[in-house]
Design a protein around this ligand. Structure first.
Ligand code: NAD
Ligand code: USQ
Length: 382
């Protein structure tokens, strides 16, 4: 299949591009490399050293004989995107290419405006490009479990049957996101749903939970293929941050009580979920939603797990409860459905002590690269 991976230089996109290429797909990466520029803005870095996109794809070709074409440019430049569609004639367009940090979107007005214009308008351009140049192309769009928030009822996969005043309907599941970033994903979902309805586009919205880990079988083949892994208070996410904090002897930064529950999955499952979606496309005009996670945990449970595994490696990890910089409910009900990807063949890589130990050992190798001043959270929602 001819597949475009937009955001293919990023944390989820790079391993996905390699995995799809290994499965024999004709993969092209589109990326404007803005994530690397944001590292400069934040004076931060990936714990693992990452090669340039050019070096990465060259090494992949050298090791596997497989070519991944690259298009460096912005989804918001429609002339560029048009050329990508004309040259690649995609059968599937995997869309990871958005600003994905909730704290970054909450820095100030400029960062909120950047996040929403980059994400919402970039996605709208993709919808138009599909309509104009590849109407049969399946859009596989990365959404987020955070679109739903933490309602006091079970979270369904995209839709819920409602009975109101004696009548029934199946409606989009209510959205209560917790940052301007998460809101951008909700706006995307609405635009995609509308485009499916009016133009007959095929789309799958993958409402992904927090991704942990860094390596896949492909990125492990050579250090030049290293994936990035973020640890800073802006881009680092809960479990990965705790592992890196343990590696450098920093207290584990649980925000508030730590009772917040979130859905999680291993990066190895991210790449597989995208493959499953690609191999089982949505129908014409269908806006399909999959909840893409394998397990959920409270933040405290994750910190406790990291502490136990760190102990095994002779590291004493202390758990600190910081004042929560976010406005979010800490004590809440959480039960989310995630059967659709499993029904299509996903076999989850669950979070075991071995998995944690493996990631911890890898980050220990690179711990001297951590810029310690970047570890504590610096952005407040208020
Ligand atoms: P990332 O920042 O590492 O990668 C995103 C990539 O997209 C970067 O390489 C960036 O340069 C590129 N990009 C951003 N805007 C672009 C634009 N306008 N044009 C072209 N390229 C652009 O993020 P990630 O962690 O790989 O996340 C990928 C996607 O998955 C995002 O949409 C994110 O919202 C979603 N997601 C991520 C997680 C997670 O835990 N990392 C969880 C759920 C959903
Ligand atoms: N948290 C801590 N300590 C930390 C970091 C986070 O307690 O050091 C808490 C947060 O307060 C929050 C939870 O952990 O309650 C998750 O925060 P996070 O930073 O790990 O994840 P989040 O901001 O939700 O964003 C990440 C990705 C985003 C994706 C989302 C999936 O950056 O792209 O959409 O996970 S989800 O959470 O399902 O919305």
């Amino acid at each position: 299949m001819r597949i475009v991976v937009a955001g293919g230089d990023g944390f989820c996109g790079w391993p996905t591009a390699l995995y799809l290429s290994k499965q024999g797909h004709e993969v092209s990466i589109v990326d404007n490399l803005v994530r690397r520029k944001i590292d400069e803005e934040l004076h931060s870095n990936s714990v693992t050293p990452i090669a340039s996109l050019e070096e990465r794809v060259q090494k992949w070709k050298e090791l596997t004989g497989k070519e991944i074409k690259t298009f460096v440019g912005d989804l918001n430049h429609y002339d560029f995107l048009r050329q990508v569609f004309i040259q690649t004639e995609p059968e599937a367009f995997v869309h990871f290419a958005e600003q994905r940090s909730a704290p970054y979107s909450m820095i100030d007005r400029e960062h909120a405006v950047y996040t929403q214009s980059n994400n919402v308008l970039g996605n709208l351009n993709v919808l138009y490009a599909i309509k104009e140049y590849a109407p049969d192309c399946h859009l596989i769009k990365l959404g987020t479990m955070g679109e739903y928030g933490t309602p006091n009822i079970d979270i369904e996969e995209g839709y819920i049957e409602i009975e109101h005043n004696g009548r029934k309907d199946t409606l989009p599941y209510p959205k209560q996101p917790g940052s301007f970033y998460h809101l951008s994903k909700v706006h995307d979902s609405h635009n995609i749903m509308f485009a499916c309805k009016v133009w007959g586009i095929k789309a799958t919205d993958l409402n992904q939970g927090v991704v942990y880990g860094l390596h896949t079988n492909e990125t492990e083949m050579d250090p030049i293929l290293n994936n990035r892994i973020d640890y800073d208070g802006v881009y680092g996410t809960a479990l990965n941050r705790f592992l890196i904090q343990a590696a450098i002897g920093h207290d584990l930064t649980v925000y508030g009580s730590g009772s917040q529950t979130r859905a999680f999955l291993n990066i190895k499952d991210t790449v597989r979920c995208v493959e499953i979606a690609a191999n089982n496309p949505a129908d014409k005009g269908e806006f399909r939603v999959f909840n893409q996670f394998t397990e959920y945990f409270t933040v405290q449970e994750l910190a406790d797990k990291v502490k136990v595994v760190a102990d095994k490696l002779g590291i004493q990890a202390n758990i600190a409860h910081l004042e929560n910089p976010r406005v979010e409910t800490e004590e809440h009900y959480y039960h989310a459905v995630n059967t659709k990807l499993r029904d299509l063949g996903l076999e989850p890589n669950l979070l075991t002590d071995n998995v944690l130990e493996n990631i911890l050992e890898t980050v220990i190798k690179y711990k001297d690269r951590v810029i310690k001043e970047n570890v504590l959270p610096s952005i407040s929602w208020k």
